[in-house]
Write a protein that binds this ligand. Structure first.
Ligand SMILES: Cc1cc2nc3c(=O)[nH]c(=O)nc-3n(C[C@H](O)[C@H](O)[C@H](O)COP(=O)(O)O)c2cc1C
Length: 182
């Protein structure tokens, strides 16, 4: 009777441990603060869906660029919120930038945002932080994908991020998730 009880207790403890080992969820304290910047006007669209795959099990904040007024480079209109977004980015440890393919390249909101860094944000500002890129479209050609990634990779590296890679679909987002967990 006693040995049966001990066996049952051992099995229960082992199950609990295995469940913990398989549980890949992490708090922000464990994984660092993650900011997902979505350049799509669709808060729940295909770009956001890729972020859900990449960041599954992680706590993260989503910032929809369309909710912010960001002047074009050189524009001096009132109410500009570029620095609001920049400050949020500075507080993150991991930045996930998402863009739909628009007109064969990254979308205008993402481009307008990164152009504003030029001459304003010192190079290397984001040293020690990680950058992931989500970039998908209806039927992008390889050239569109390569061009968009070239820009985002150069941007990330110029400002000191470690560029961790890009995902264009669910399978790539799952692969990139392994990188995120390194
Ligand atoms: C203005 C505009 C331009 C687009 N241009 C392209 C394009 O050049 N190539 C492409 O593959 N898809 C293009 N698309 C399709 C979007 O990239 C596609 O629907 C994407 O999944 C939208 O992402 P979302 O759901 O996150 O908004 C375009 C869509 C819009 C609205």
């Amino acid at each position: 009777m006693f040995s049966t009880l001990m066996l049952a207790m051992t099995m229960l403890m082992s199950c609990t441990l295995n469940a913990k080992e398989n549980d890949k969820s992490m708090t922000q304290e464990e994984s660092g603060k993650i900011l997902f910047i979505n350049g799509s006007p669709n808060a729940d669209g295909n770009t956001a869906a890729l972020a859900k795959v990449l960041l599954e099990g992680r706590e993260y904040e989503t910032l929809n660029l369309n909710d912010y007024r960001i002047n074009f480079y050189g524009q001096k209109l009132e109410g500009d919120q570029f620095e609001v977004v920049l400050d949020k980015m500075k507080k993150a440890d991991i930045v996930v930038m998402g863009s739909p393919v628009y007109w064969h390249n990254i979308c205008a909101s993402v481009r307008a945002f990164i152009e504003r860094f030029y001459g304003f944000v010192p190079e290397g500002t984001f040293k020690g932080k990680r950058f992931f890129f989500l970039y998908q479209g209806a039927a992008p050609t390889q050239m569109m994908i390569d061009d968009g990634e070239y820009t985002m990779k150069r941007f990330a590296m110029m400002y000191g991020f470690s560029y961790e890679g890009m995902a264009n679909g669910t399978n790539e987002a799952k692969d990139l998730k392994n990188k995120l967990e390194e």
